[in-house]
Design a protein. Structure first.
Length: 129
């Protein structure tokens, strides 16, 4: 096992321990430190994004989305999380595009279809005002 893989495994294991205790603050600190040492690590990027998403910290999450989407172009769940983030930040065009992409990748998933419907409903209300 290489030094990079070992560092990644240690950072992920430590973050997971803190997450299991409900201490997302410390878990996030560990993931951020790990990403400073291993800036291109996909797993640590995903861990950080998941923490922000679970905390509904969309302002922090949005900064990670371009990199996250670039390395997960065929992952419907990532597209859905990104769409949801943009939706909460009132970036409706990006949200719509990513909801549609998530549906294209997994047409049996209920969440993106439902949220896209809500987005269209919100947009219709905005245009009428």
């Amino acid at each position: 096992m290489g030094a990079t893989t070992q560092r990644q495994n240690i950072a992920e294991a430590a973050a997971n321990i803190y997450k299991s205790f409900g201490d997302t603050v410390t878990a996030l600190e560990i993931v951020k430190k790990g990403r400073k040492v291993l800036p291109n690590d996909k797993s640590l990027l995903l861990d950080e994004a998941n923490i922000y998403n679970n905390k509904k910290d969309y302002l922090s999450l949005v900064n990670l989305l371009p990199a996250l989407l670039d390395i997960n172009t065929t992952n419907a769940d990532i597209s859905f999380v990104a769409a949801n983030c943009y939706d909460h930040l009132n970036q409706y065009d990006k949200a719509e595009s990513l909801y549609l992409h998530a549906i294209e990748l997994n047409s049996s998933a209920y969440g993106p279809v439902f949220e896209l419907g809500l987005l269209y409903f919100k947009r219709s209300g905005i245009k009428q005002e």
